[in-house]
Design a protein around this ligand. Structure first.
Ligand code: PEP
Ligand code: MG
Length: 907
């Protein structure tokens, strides 16, 4: 049978799936010979087995017993030994970091006997009594299910009785009385006694941590972070060390570089005479880590040396938690640290310069999601006045919203469409829904490593924390600045997470340097001129372009979009939708075409449209000169070009009611709208079907393309138009339309005396087309997957309705972790794509394949399209840099397509 328990000395960082991130890294540090308090990890396998059956897995108790015995031998003390007790911490630690979302129980091993031993060995009766009552409180709520407020109330009563301002005002005997009271409360609320047996305490604490995998806040966090619900958590059991044994003790959190900007240096917080929990909660303001040099130089020097070791070993930014117990430094945690998008690019470039990573590894360390974030605007510094307050720039970016003071209010207002800024003294895991709902988070307490900062950075949410000049009054729903300005709930705030400032009102926004770099052509010079993180971004882009196999094209249907796409690095247009060219003034001509009752009238309308279309295409071909431009024939149902039925009906009816005659054009249009009404227009007369039933439509569009090609050639250009047929179901449709296309191309070639050849291809956006792709390929020189329609028709989800109607319920129920309209559904829609690529290529070797649905710019989907072997992805101009970057990362990740793993790239 596989083991359920691993000693720290047995594991390593590569075992994060089994031991959780924390356990794997504790093992790694142990292996490196760093000072880690000894302990062992109970695996995620054990957690999953427990959660599946509700019973303690068979053999677990004995295995824990054996590892406990080994630990006791190693430290020379027994768990809860009356005269000199070994105490244990029991902490959660999942595969992916879920800060503060699950439970921890400290001081396991204390009871009425061992508390006296601890008093003696620590030399502090008060410390021992305080540890004991903390255990009763944590165990009572976490393990035994007593409402935490019950203990808080008792503590508050005790402080009031003793006239104590805070916990420190209670002495050892007060705390002993309190422990008795806690024990009584536990009995009252649960009907059972707090277990005095230390081994029983340990056993129950481990199971309680397992259960905390499924708390509401943990589930919410996992949904937000796309962490699967079935991973389970490991549990780390470790000898306790104490940072609260006096002035020569303390706890801290540190980063090997600045996680906000990536700049090298010593970053972190230190809290003398405190446990680790006190630092992370931000309840007491910590001092900068550099202060430790003054307080305890040997520990500081040793810490810096360990940080260098870790950064070299992991070849990445690490964050660490440590405790100093009476001058001895202990490492309690390390991991590759979360960082802002800006820091990710800066660190990737810096580590390459320092020779720690190569350019490919550097590329693997950044992400398209981060790049997208850096392309957002920032506040216009010229427009920024004196801030209301300054704080710590914990997570960069600029956000404007109305101030709210509770998580619930943030959720309520955001659901109604309002942009909000969540203002708290400090946040706790219970504030998570509000943080998700808010544009920005502002706190008056806590440092760069406080809960608010860590969680906001992880979400890419703007955050300023520790703005300690603000007095936040959540009950009154307002805060007061140092200058006495009162800001009430509902007031507009602008939060600058880059500068660490909060301003009254809505400050205007300015472009980001990264956007400027792309707009200026994305060259090394443009990066230098743009400054900031643009140079690091350029290096990643350069590498991605060097290694990617996927081409990147744009979905663009105006010359402006085409030009921007080209600046952003597009290698052509993968989808030029022509329907947008029939709006505005031209609507009248489309109406005339629809209303024409004979071919003659229709031809007149089409003839009027022809020069306009030719102009459209010539301009786009000019903007994309020398690169392919895939022009799609008209796709949407024609009634989309007619006025709204209700408006027409009201106009006609009110004219009749007024006793007059309605406008005959209105009457005619109303009749046409009624005639063309469809219950399911997305499954109706659209796409290739239109071309087959509206005579002259295909011919007009193809003629416009061909004449534009001729015009561009005559102007000395290099036009490369391709013609694409939408919504094909069967090869017969394509055969007929293709014949028409070729007839017109031959006609224009003859008229102009220039040979006009355009590749003709089809969209694959219906399941039947994907499943008969071999036959269709005989008539198509290229396939472009329309994954929007393909998702709609594969799932039977109306793409215009379902996301608003019920996707949030589906996401809540875990039916899928992300909308299939956002990230390709690998198992279903992806399978159709794979079948079509394989069968299409088998029938026509060299068939070009691409994707032009929204998924073409989605990072996880780009990885799938790489694996399935497409030639290119096509996406909106602003997503092109993201697609280029992810195409490069996908090439490095390698691999061939396998079901269910498209989501990996998003983490
Ligand atoms: C698609 O269906 O994926 C597609 C690109 O076409 P449209 O979005 O225009 O229907
Ligand atoms: Mg489509």
């Amino acid at each position: 049978m596989a083991a359920y328990v691993y000693d720290f000395a047995e594991g390593g960082r590569e075992q994060a799936g089994l031991l959780g991130g924390k356990g794997a890294n504790l093992a790694e540090m142990t292996r490196l010979g760093l000072p880690v308090p000894p302990g062992f990890t109970v695996t995620t396998d054990a957690c999953r087995a427990y959660l599946a059956t509700g019973a303690e897995p068979e053999g677990l108790r004995e295995e824990v017993g054996r590892h406990l015995a080994a630990l006791e031998r190693a430290v020379g003390r027994r768990l809860g030994q009356p005269d000199d007790p070994l105490l244990l911490s029991v902490r959660s630690g999942a595969r992916f970091s879920m800060p503060g979302m699950m439970e921890t129980v400290l001081d396991i091993g204390l009871n009425d006997d061992s508390v006296q031993g601890l008093a003696k060995t620590s030399g502090s009766e008060r410390f021992a009594r305080d540890s004991h009552r903390r255990l009763l409180q944590m165990f009572g709520s976490t393990v035994m299910g007593v409402d935490a407020a019950v203990f808080e109330d008792a503590l508050t009563r005790m402080k009031r009785d003793r006239g104590a301002a805070d916990d420190l005002g209670l002495d050892a005997s007060d705390l002993a009385v309190l422990a008795g009271e806690y024990r009584r409360l536990i009995r009252e609320h649960t009907g059972e006694d707090f277990p005095e047996d230390p081994v029983e305490q340990l056993r129950r604490a481990v199971l309680a941590v397992f259960r905390s995998w499924n708390t509401e806040r943990a589930r919410v966090y996992r949904r937000r972070e796309h962490i699967p619900d079935d991973l389970g958590t490991a549990v780390n059991v470790q000898a306790m060390v104490f940072g609260n044994l006096g002035a020569d003790s303390g706890s801290g959190v540190a980063f090997t570089r600045d996680p906000a900007t990536g700049r090298p240096g010593v970053y972190g917080d230190y809290l003398p005479n405190a446990q680790g929990e006190d630092v992370v909660s931000g309840i007491r303001n910590a001092v900068p880590l550099a202060e430790l040099e003054r307080l305890d130089k040997p520990s500081y020097d040793r810490l810096l040396e360990i940080m260098r070791t870790l950064e070299h070993h992991y070849r990445d930014l690490c964050d660490i938690e440590f405790t100093i117990e009476r001058g001895t430094l202990w490492m309690l945690q390390t991991r590759v640290g979360k960082r802002t998008a800006e820091a990710a690019f800066a660190i990737a470039a810096a580590l390459t310069d320092e020779g720690l990573t190569g350019p490919d590894e550097a590329l693997a360390r950044v992400s398209g999601e981060g790049l997208a974030r850096l392309m957002f605007p920032r506040f216009d510094t010229a427009a920024v006045g004196e801030p209301l307050a300054r704080g710590i720039p914990a997570s960069p970016g600029a956000a404007v919203g109305t101030a709210v003071f509770t998580s619930a209010e943030a959720v309520r207002r955001a659901a109604a469409g309002e942009r909000v800024v969540l203002v708290r003294q400090e946040t706790t895991p219970d504030d998570l829904p509000g943080m998700i709902a808010a544009q920005a988070v502002l706190t008056s307490r806590g440092g760069k490593t406080s809960h608010a900062a860590v969680v906001a950075r992880g979400m890419g949410k703007v955050c300023v924390c520790g703005a300690d000049s603000l007095t936040v009054d959540p009950a009154a729903r307002r805060f007061t600045t140092a200058a006495g300005t009162v800001v009430e709930e509902g007031a507009l705030l602008s939060v600058d997470g880059t500068a660490g400032a909060v301003h009254a009102g809505a400050v205007p926004l300015a472009d980001s340097p990264v956007m400027r770099y792309f707009e200026d052509g994305g060259t090394a010079d443009a990066a230098r001129a743009a400054g900031g993180v643009a140079e690091a971004v350029h290096r990643a882009m350069d590498r991605a372009d060097g290694v990617r196999r996927l081409g990147v094209r744009a979905n663009a249907d105006t010359p402006e979009d085409a030009a921007r796409a080209r600046r952003f690095g597009a290698e052509g247009i993968g989808l030029c939708r022509t329907e947008h060219m029939f709006l505005g003034e031209r609507r009248r001509l489309v109406e005339a075409m629809i209303l024409a009752d004979g071919q003659e009238g229709r031809d007149r309308a089409l003839a009027a449209l022809l020069p306009l279309q030719r102009g459209d295409f010539a301009a786009i071909l000019a903007a994309m000169d020398g690169l392919p431009v895939t022009i799609r024939l008209l796709d949407p149902p024609l009634h989309e070009f007619l006025p709204d039925r209700t408006d027409l009906a009201v106009r006609v009816a009110s004219a009749e009611a007024a006793g007059g005659h309605p406008d005959p054009h209105d009457t005619e249009l109303l009749a046409a709208v009624d005639r063309m009404h469809e219950e399911n227009p997305m499954l109706g007369l659209r796409g290739v079907r239109l071309g087959l039933v509206v005579p002259g439509l295909v011919a007009m569009q193809v003629r416009a393309v061909a004449e534009a090609v001729v015009e561009r050639r005559r102007a000395g250009g290099d036009p490369r138009a391709e013609i694409m047929v939408p919504l094909v179901d069967t090869v017969e449709e394509l055969r007929l339309v293709r014949a028409e296309v070729e007839r017109v191309l031959a006609e224009v070639s003859a008229e102009s005396g220039t040979e006009v050849r355009c590749p003709v291809g089809t969209m694959i956006e219906l399941p039947r087309a994907a499943l008969t792709a071999g036959a269709i390929a005989a008539q198509a020189e290229f396939f472009s997957f329309g994954t929007n329609d393909l998702t709609q028709t594969t799932w039977g989800f109306s793409r215009d309705d379902v996301e608003a109607a019920f996707f949030s319920a589906y996401l809540d129920k875990g039916i899928f972790a992300v909308s299939p309209f956002e990230t390709i559904d690998v198992d279903g829609v992806g399978r159709l794509v794979r079948i079509a690529v394989e069968e299409g290529r088998a029938a026509r070797p060299g068939l070009k394949t691409g994707v032009c649905g929204e998924h073409g710019g989605d990072p996880a989907s780009v990885h799938f399209f790489h694996r399935v072997g497409l030639d290119y992805v096509s996406c909106s101009p602003f997503r092109i840099p993201v697609a280029r970057l992810e195409a490069g990362r996908a090439a490095l990740a390698g691999g061939t397509e396998g079901p269910g793993d498209a989501g990996d790239a998003s983490r």
